[in-house]
Write a protein that binds this ligand. Structure first.
Ligand SMILES: [Zn+2]
Length: 269
């Protein structure tokens, strides 16, 4: 990558270059940043769109699924012509059309304890745009071990939540040590989602990811943000590290593939 922005880039990014405290070197930082988005569904669509539009130079996209008609109500990087296509291909076409400065790295694979560490390798941050607990725990664990932020987001019905879990602060397992009962919160099953909700939460995830990459503002890494779309309320709840956390605690795990995960993602010795 060249050291200075060309005239097309100066024009393209002019509105963010006008922000106080944001200059060409910040844009070059974004262009050399590498962000992995795990999940190309509703949350992923919103995060991918804004990360790409902002000029994050490399976006990895992990998704093993194909586009279904029922996705289109909220997964806005996919269209009718993409039905049946791999989501990573559809999302990559969207990014290519939006911003030629962005390189997409496609990972059409399942997140497992065997794949997760190599998937995260070389990325500066990972966006949790997943819809199931086992993969979410695995990515949290691997991200913490890799020393990169795990920018969590989740949606259900009218409600969503997000937080950037960064090394030094609490991790996702400090919030939720293991998956709740399936009948409490469905995981990986089709569920009702208000169409704009993943857009709101995914956009917040993109915002916190950009702030982390740019080292600007106060990244939301010490409290959980909850959003209830039904009455338009945001609440922020402080979260601290748990000393007994099996991942970020003093006796935490040292490698994901050394861990015995049970079906509820508890970590057994
Ligand atoms: Zn923890």
């Amino acid at each position: 990558m060249s050291d200075s922005l060309d005239s097309r880039q100066l024009d393209r990014y002019s509105r963010q270059l006008m922000i106080d405290g944001f200059d060409e070197s910040d844009q070059r930082t974004l262009l050399s940043s590498r962000v992995l988005v795990v999940g190309a569904g509703g949350l992923g669509s919103a995060a991918i769109q804004y990360l790409a539009a902002a000029g994050v130079g490399t976006i990895g996209i992990v998704d093993e699924g194909r586009v279904k008609r029922s996705n289109l109500q909220r997964q806005i990087v996919h269209g009718v012509d993409d039905i049946g296509e791999p989501k990573v291909d559809s999302a990559a076409r969207f990014v290519d059309a939006l911003n030629p400065d962005v390189t997409v790295e496609k990972h059409p694979v399942r997140v497992t304890s065997e794949t997760v560490e190599s998937l995260l390798e070389g990325y500066d941050a990972v966006v949790d745009a997943l819809d199931n607990f086992p993969a979410r725990f695995l990515v949290n664990d691997a991200a913490r071990l890799a020393g990169i932020p795990f920018v969590h987001g989740a949606v259900y019905g009218f409600e969503g939540q997000m937080m950037a879990f960064r090394p030094g602060g609490p991790c996702y397992r400090c919030l939720l040590p293991a998956a709740p009962d399936d009948d409490a919160i469905p995981s990986g099953e089709p569920m009702g989602i208000f169409p704009t909700l993943p857009g709101t939460i995914g956009c917040l995830q993109a915002t916190e990811t950009l702030k982390h990459c740019l080292e600007v503002g106060e990244v939301l890494d010490d409290r959980l943000l909850r959003y209830d779309a039904s009455d338009a309320t945001f609440t922020r709840t402080p979260l601290e590290r748990r000393p007994e956390c099996p991942v970020c605690g003093p006796d935490g795990i040292t490698a994901v593939d050394d861990v015995d995960y049970d079906d509820r993602c508890r970590i057994s010795e």
